[in-house]
Each structure stands twice: as C-alpha cells, then as structure tokens.
Write a protein that binds this ligand. Structure first.
Ligand code: IVH
Length: 682
C-alpha cells in the first residue's frame, strides 16, 4: 500500500500525470494512516504518512559530506564558453566534445543519501564540506522518493540536486504569508532556503517544495558511461529530472542550447539563473578533475541578472482599467535581464511607504519574466528634499475626478469610472482582448483614437456606432483595414457567457471567476438578477461546507460559487447595480445591434453528455444543487419534470410523484451511488 501511494505521489508530483483523483488519493492515504495506527509495529520512517513532518528540533545536526559539494565555474560571455571548450578539448586531446546540458536551477543545493534503497539522510550544501542535516524536512518534500526499487545501484547512493519552489506556488505562499501577517520572502530561492531550514518540519510539510536531481555524489558514477545515462537512471528510479536537459556538441551546440533556454526562461515553471554544461563522458570527467573548488569538466553559463540598480528620476501616478492609481517610478534607463527598463511599479501607497522610496534614490529593480518590473528596495537614499516626498494625489491626474481610498483597501481609486478617459481606454482594451471578446485588429492605438475623437465611449459603441465611413476618418486607416475591423467586430457578436462576463471587466472578476459564474448561472439575466448580498452572506457557510467535505472549486461536487469570495461578490453587485453599467450591458445585448450570448452549458458539451436527468427526493450525501452541478459538469441537463424525453430519474429519500411518473413512463431510476458510477465519479 505504501508503494502504491508513493507511485501515485510520483505520478502526481514528478510526472504531472495523475492516474487517480485527489479524492481517491486521500482515501488511500487515510486508510494507510488507520492501518499504521492500529499496527504500530509496522510503522516506518519512509512511509508516505511521514511526509507530514514531526516534532520540532532544537537545532540541525551537522553532517560532513562524503564527497565535497563543489561550486561551478561561471561564464557570462560566449568568449568564456569558447575558452572553456578549448581547455577541455586540449586537456583531452580531442577535436570535439559532447556535453550534457541542463538548466541551472536557482534553488538550494542538497544531497540525499539512500542505503539499501531507503532514504536515510538529507543535507544542505553548507560550506561544501559540512552541511546541515535537514532529513525530517526533506522527507516532507513530495517529489523526493523515500524508497527506491531494490537494485545494485540503490544499495548505497547519494543523489544531488536542487530544492526549489515553482514560481506560481511561491506566489501563493507569499500571498498566504501576507494574509497571515507573516514575513514575505524576497524570491523563490530565499523562500526555499527558509522553508528547508525550519526546525518544525510540520510547517515545511505544508509548503509545496519541489526537487530536481542533477547528479550523484559518489564514486558510484563509475556505474555509468555518461552523465545523460546516469540521469536516465535517476529518472527511472523516480527522481524528477528537468525536461529541458539535452546533449550538445561543440561551442555552437552549447550556444544554441543557451539561446533556446533563454527564450523559454519565462515559460519555465521555476526560476533559473543560467544553464550548465557538463562533459558527458564520465571517464573524461574523471580525467579532467578539479581546480580548487570547481570541476574542470563543467561550466555554468549565466543569464544577465534580473536585478539591477538605478536612479529614480521621479514618481508618477498611473490610472488603471478599474481606476486604481498606481505609483510608478520613472527610472534612469537600465538593462535588466536583457531588456531596457525605464519604469517600475511601486504597487500602491503602502508599498511605497514601506519601501520608503523617494525621487533621487538609488533603487534595486527586478524584472522576472513577463511581469512588470518592480522596485525591490532602496539601495542608497538620494538628497530627499521635502518637495520630493510622494503623496497620493486627491484628484485623478487624467480626469480630475476625486480620488478615494476605501477602508481595508490598499488601492486608491479614481471615482471617474468610464468618464475617465484613462479608464475608458483600458476598459475597451480589456474588452477587445484575446481572452475576452477577441476582436482582432482593434489595438491600443486604434482605441486611443476612437476615444480621443469621441467615436467610442463604451464597449457598446463598438457594435452600434462604427461603420466604414466613420472609420475612414481615422489616421492611416485604409479601406481594407476598416473592413477588417468591422469584420472582426461582427465575428465577435457570437460569444459565450464566460468570455462576455470576463470582458465586462468587473473588478476582481478574472477569467477563472468568470467561468465559475457562467457555469453557475448559465445565462446573463440570472447573473444580473441574483441576490448578491444574500450570496455574499451565505459565503461563509459555503466555504465551511466545502472545507468539511474537502472539496476544491474544481470538484464538480463542490458547493457552487466556491472560489468566489465575498469581496468579489460585493464588487460584482456594485458593478451591475451601477446605472451606467446597466445601460451599457443592456445596449451590449440589445437584440437589434448587440452581441448574442451562447448559453454556458451548451458552450461546453462534455464527452458522453447530452442526457436529461430529473432529481427527486433527498439524497444522502449531496444537496440538490450539488447533484445538479455534478450532472451538468459532465455535459448533461437537469430538467424539472419527468417526461418521455427524460433519460434518468435520480431518486433520494421521500421521493414523490416524479418517481411514480418515472415508473409509469418506464424511465430508468437511479440512486445516489448509481449516479456517481454512471458519471464516473465514484
Ligand atoms: S552540477 C560539481 N548542475 O549550482 C558540480 N549544479 O555553482 C556540481 N546548480 O549550488 C554542480 N543547477 O546546486 C549542477 N544543473 C545543475 C545545477 C547546479 C543548479 C547549483 C548547485 C550549486 C551551484 C554550483
């Protein structure tokens, strides 16, 4: 049972290919916990149940590494890579060398010791010779195998690699820390280091740490011919290995890999700070040996730093789509991670005060992937004259409407709404966006002109006020492009509810929330008519119900509207009750020249769906709403009354006339268990 659970663990955490549902996994896991409780003699440190952490330690014991954990030589420029390859070729006396190439993970180096296939000791790198024994913490890291298949090479094995956070997990962790009033981590690497060095492994167990293996630590290397074969074997043993690894020949091969990974860097789920080249043949590695603290056979080729220092020229305020005022630092241009940066966000007034940023200061700016560059901290204060002190303006810099900051909100907002041209432009941009109404050919420039000329004030105007003649007045708008714009507007008239709801741009309603709303309400009118204050008030009980049953929003059995907090509900209510917005929505769906919204259920037919169900009586383990959600989630329909067209009647306790009707008409009757089986959720 332990190995079965570990197998599923690996499928989930290492292979990203689970074969059973979370609920099934939980059930197996609970069963094992029970078994171990009733048979204490069978307890084992490498049981998956031990991944939850244990008693806190007073301190970490230190461990001496059997083989020192070394560092890597660095290169930034192609010339340095050439010199490295040349040194290697000359030392080996060959013309061309094959390299194993892989990302350089930006995490924390660790070593994992296995005896007779069992994980016995894990340590941090420390100073390379002596590290800290963090075994209890490493046991909680799900992708680290606790037990390996029995084999000659798992008798005594030391695997080395990097512990890290996926960027998205790290963001969630910081969000949680923030909400709990705890310290946030500066970056995923610090987060991983902090989490791995907690004396209470029960806390580490709650952190979604990951692990990637990149080598073995012993003379055991002699078992394989090449580094890539060794990684293949680690892969087979269940260790996570980077998908990005490869093989390259000569300097050109190395540079190609470097560039390929650089373009993919933003899309990788984890942070990297470069790539690593290793001579692939292990006997050649041996021959090359080491210089001081680094191997002669390997090289880290780093990417330009994503953090740089520069000067703040001034701090200005930008108005966002929903009226949020964001302080932005205008910077002396600086190259960060290969891109010139001239602006960096300071998020909001509180953030700016916390970091205490003034015009004239020298600051550290960070750019990670596609995200907007941000000011991380002040490196050195400037002159700081009183007139440089930042204060949030009381009037919107674009439309002069009053600025308010609501209680409990970090953001200051312009109250101008769609009267504010900055908001109007961005609302329109959001509306036409690829993931919203997807109106191709209507970009930032065109919107700017349409708004500035007063041709378009709201999204509804796109459908009612534009034609070839009016567009002809726009600069550089040829006949053909005008026609293209009109065609794509026409094309967008048919839209599904989730996209439409997302396109409206209600504060707090992103794509995911829009999908939940569409699934729940099915049609726009139901959403507009909903009793939002009541829904918001009922939120706590919804949350409790789902928590009690351990259901997440994706779970078809989750009580509806999970994933939508009371703040979002309030925001939806505010938006749809605002008369101006109501008018725009009404014009947007006006049958004469508006859009046509496809019903949500029809928009997402599930495989094997299309049956009609009728519910009657009280089911033991789910409410009627839950049963309905479950049935609809599989693409079926739920009807109110039984007819010849009904495929199934689901009957619970005290079913009444509908059950009789079903029997009369010969419609198949299911109980709750049948329903689950039929829908494949048992
Ligand atoms: S091999 C003897 N491969 O980089 C060579 N190291 O500067 C041992 N690192 O702290 C290292 N990704 O943890 C190797 N794919 C990779 C790596 C990698 C990250 C880290 C390593 C060490 C540092 C060495």
């Amino acid at each position: 049972m332990r190995s079965e659970i570990e197998r599923h663990n690996r499928l989930y955490h290492v292979k990203d290919a689970p074969q059973i549902t979370d609920a099934e996994y939980d059930r197996l896991f609970r069963e094992l916990v029970e078994l171990e409780k009733s048979h204490p003699e069978l307890a084992s440190a490498e049981s998956p149940t031990q991944r939850v952490g244990g008693e806190p330690l007073p301190e970490f014991p230190s461990v001496r590494h059997r083989v020192p954990m070394l560092s890597l030589g660095n290169a930034f420029e192609e010339d340095e890579v050439r010199a490295f390859d040349k040194r290697v070729r000359e030392a080996l006396g060959v013309d061309e060398v094959e390299y194993a190439v892989e990302p350089k993970f930006d995490g924390l180096a660790i070593s994992l010791g296995y005896r007779k296939g069992v994980f016995v000791q894990g340590a941090t790198r420390g100073d390379g010779t002596t590290g800290e024994d963090v075994t209890p913490n490493l046991r909680t890291v799900r992708p680290i195998p606790l037990r390996l298949p029995k084999a000659a090479d798992t008798e005594d094995l030391e695997v080395r690699g990097e512990v890290l956070y996926y960027t998205r997990d790290f963001e969630k962790l910081n969000e949680r820390q923030r909400r709990a009033g705890e310290k946030e981590f500066a970056n995923p690497r610090n987060g991983a280091a902090g989490s791995l060095r907690l004396l209470d492994s029960r806390i580490t167990a709650q952190r979604p740490l990951r692990f990637f293996a990149y080598g073995v630590g012993m003379a055991a290397k002699a078992r394989w011919k090449t580094h890539s074969e060794m990684l293949d074997r680690l892969d087979e043993l269940g260790f996570p290995i980077s998908k990005e690894r490869g093989i390259a020949r000569g300097v050109n091969g190395l540079m190609d890999f470097y560039k390929k990974i650089q373009t993919r860097r933003d899309q990788l789920p984890y942070a990297i700070d470069g790539v690593v080249y290793k001579v692939n043949r292990l006997d050649w590695q041996e021959r090359l040996g080491f210089v001081s603290r680094a191997p002669r056979f390997a090289l880290a080729h780093k990417y330009p730093a994503e953090e740089q220092t520069t000067e703040v020229l001034k701090i200005e305020v930008q108005v966002g789509r929903t009226g949020v005022l964001t302080p932005v630092a205008r910077l002396k241009p600086v190259e960060v991670g290969g891109v010139t940066v001239t602006n960096a966000t300071l998020h909001n007034e509180d953030d700016l005060r916390r970091k205490d940023v003034w015009a004239g200061d020298t600051v550290v700016v960070r750019r990670a992937g596609d995200v907007i560059p941000e000011v991380v901290r002040v490196q050195a204060p400037g002159a700081r004259r009183e007139e440089d002190r930042f204060s949030m303006p009381r009037a919107c810099p674009v439309c002069q409407s009053p600025v308010v900051r609501l209680e409990g909100e970090a953001a200051a907002r312009c109250t101008g709404g769609l009267y504010c041209s900055a908001q109007r432009k961005q609302a329109l941009q959001h509306f036409v966006g690829r993931r919203a109404m997807d109106i191709e050919g209507v970009g930032e420039k065109l919107i700017e002109q349409l708004v500035d000329r007063g041709m378009v004030e709201s999204p509804a105007d796109l459908y009612s006020r534009l034609d070839k003649e009016s567009l002809a007045g726009i600069e550089r708008m040829a006949d053909k492009s005008a026609q293209n714009v009109l065609d794509s507007i026409q094309h967008s008239r048919e839209v599904d509810l989730a996209r439409f709801v997302f396109a409206l741009g209600m504060p707090g309603v992103g794509e995911e929330v829009a999908k939940i709303l569409a699934r729940h309400f099915g049609e726009l009118q139901a959403l507009l008519d909903a009793d939002w204050p009541a829904l918001a008030a009922g939120k706590e009980s919804i949350r409790k119900e789902n928590a009690k049953r351990k259901r997440k929003a994706e779970d078809p059995l989750a009580v509806p509207l999970e994933g939508i907090g009371p703040e979002i509900m309030e925001s939806i209510e505010k938006f749809i009750h605002e008369p101006h917005n109501r008018k725009i929505i009404a014009r947007l769906v006006d049958p004469a020249h508006g859009v046509r919204i496809k019903r949500a259920a029809a928009a997402r037919p599930a495989a094997g769906g299309g049956k009609t169900f009728v519910l009657t009586g009280t089911l033991a383990n789910m409410s009627r709403d839950q049963a309905r959600a479950l049935i609809e989630s599989k693409g079926h329909k739920v009807a109110g009354s039984v007819s010849k067209k009904t495929d199934y009647v689901v009957a619970g306790a005290e079913a009444g006339s509908k059950l009789e009707q079903a029997r009369t008409l010969g419609v198949e009757v299911l109980d709750e268990d049948d329903l689950r089986r039929l829908l494949g959720t048992d």
